[in-house]
Write a protein that binds this ligand. Structure first.
Ligand code: ADP
Length: 420
């Protein structure tokens, strides 16, 4: 293993693993801190998928440091701490405290901070994070239920999360290429800065930034930062680039789509699938709790739907409906009921011969993967930016785990068509 990665959530981990795979690294994603029994042989990069974005700070630090130790023990030469391209965090963490702890643990005093992901319209200019043409603080992220982002200046956002000095390597420097960027990192370090927020607007910037980090023990960023890292190992002569998977031979069996995300993108994808004639079953959390619908009933209907089509089971709802079920059940309970139902449905469908699952929603994916007892994933072809097909190692099961906001309107049908 050359690159050891620690991702703060599951779909973010798949996004990163895809980026590394597309850049020629043989990559595996594991769902837990690896132990001696975890088979990591033959992989250039390992991505540990944690669930530490919003958990208590101490727990996030403990899991991240233990992951770093496990990755280093298995040969990692560099550690990448991956967070969301919208820098999802609060003033108490977890990005700053986890990065501080990893830096101390790896005995290094400098790293970069770069969540840019131009393919998904996340760019950084003068330290300010943009989502499309909006500042992060004007984007829908300002109203995120757990990590509302109301300041787009990453220097000040991160400075509130760490006692260490945060600086900026601005676009004028980044545009001059890898050598100038590397020199800017050296200068920042002599000024006593421990973190450099690094501007990036295009993939080319990310390749240059990646090249300038070849000697860093710790790198932090969104999945975009992975673009330039594999090339460092190839240039160092320790890796040859593997071919990028274009299709995935999936086990015979039916496909199901489980959508628990209520994001605008997923609701659009659900609407498109319904319009395309995919058989659908809607989960209303209140009907589920009231007993009007049941997991067994949904699974039964899914099984009896036409076998030549995927089946879509969704709880995705507009903000007013979500508010209504949350008012009745409480926000966490409503979420938990739906997640548990999705996990049980996934288990039952797999037991009945479904072998291809598409899951929409980060938390929903976490619940489904945990319910299915999937321990590690191999990365297949890209469906849309940030979302690959994956194969559960050692199982007749392929999964596409989609962060709620990702993917084009035709994502579900496109995903099914990608499998051979
Ligand atoms: P995203 O990636 O869009 O954030 P997640 O799966 O992470 O999607 O989060 C969506 C949350 O909303 C989950 O906890 C899910 O169970 C919950 N949820 C889904 N449908 C509903 C609904 N109709 N009412 C209330 N909560 C819901």
């Amino acid at each position: 293993m050359l690159l050891g990665c620690i991702a703060d959530d599951l779909t973010g981990a798949s996004d990163l693993a895809l980026m590394l795979t597309r850049a020629g690294m043989r990559t595996v994603q594991v769902m837990d801190v690896p132990d001696a029994a975890t088979n990591l042989d033959g992989f250039d990069a390992v991505v540990v998928a944690l669930k530490t974005r919003t958990c208590p700070v101490a727990e996030a630090i403990d899991l991240s440091v233990r992951s770093a130790d496990a990755l280093l023990a298995r040969g990692a030469r560099q550690i990448l701490f991956k967070y969301c391209s919208t820098f999802d965090s609060t003033d108490t963490g977890n990005i700053g405290p986890v990065a501080d702890a990893l830096m101390a643990h790896l005995k290094t005093d400098f790293t970069i901070v770069c969540p840019a992901f131009p393919a998904n319209k996340r760019t950084i200019y003068n330290g300010h994070l943009f989502v499309g043409d909006q500042l992060l603080s004007d984007s829908p992220m300002k109203d995120h239920p757990l990590t509302p982002m109301r300041d787009a200046n990453l220097v000040t956002v991160l400075q509130r999360q760490t006692p260490h000095k945060v600086g900026l390597v601005a676009f004028a420097t980044v545009a001059k290429g890898a050598d100038t960027i590397a020199e800017a990192f050296r200068m920042a370090r002599t000024r006593g800065e421990r973190y450099a927020i690094v501007d990036a607007i295009t993939d080319l910037n990310l390749y240059d930034i990646g090249r300038a980090t070849a000697d860093m023990k710790l790198i932090t960023g969104g999945s975009g930062i992975a673009l330039g890292l594999p090339g460092n190992f190839v240039r160092a002569g320790v890796m040859t680039a593997a071919p990028v998977p274009q299709t995935m031979a999936a086990p015979k069996g039916r496909a199901a789509i489980l959508a628990g995300s209520c994001s605008e993108a997923t609701r659009g994808q659900v609407a498109a699938a319904i319009k395309a004639g995919v058989p659908t079953f809607k989960i209303d959390p209140l009907a589920l709790v009231g007993g009007q619908i049941s997991v067994a009933g949904i699974v039964d209907c899914a099984q009896r739907s036409p076998a030549d089509k995927p089946v879509l089971i969704y709880s995705s709802a507009d903000p007013a409906s979500v508010r209504a079920s949350q008012a009745e059940l409480g926000r966490d309970r409503a979420g938990h009921f739906v997640e548990q139902a999705m996990a049980e449905i996934a288990k039952a469908l797999v037991a009945k011969g479904f072998t291809r699952l598409i899951v929409a929603g980060g938390e929903t994916s976490g619940a489904v993967v945990q319910g299915l007892g999937v321990a590690s994933l191999e990365i297949g072809p890209e469906i849309d930016p940030g979302v690959p097909w994956t194969r559960a190692v050692g199982r007749d099961l392929v999964l596409a785990l989609k962060s709620g906001n990702f993917g084009a309107a035709d994502f579900f049908t496109k995903a099914c068509a990608k499998l051979s």
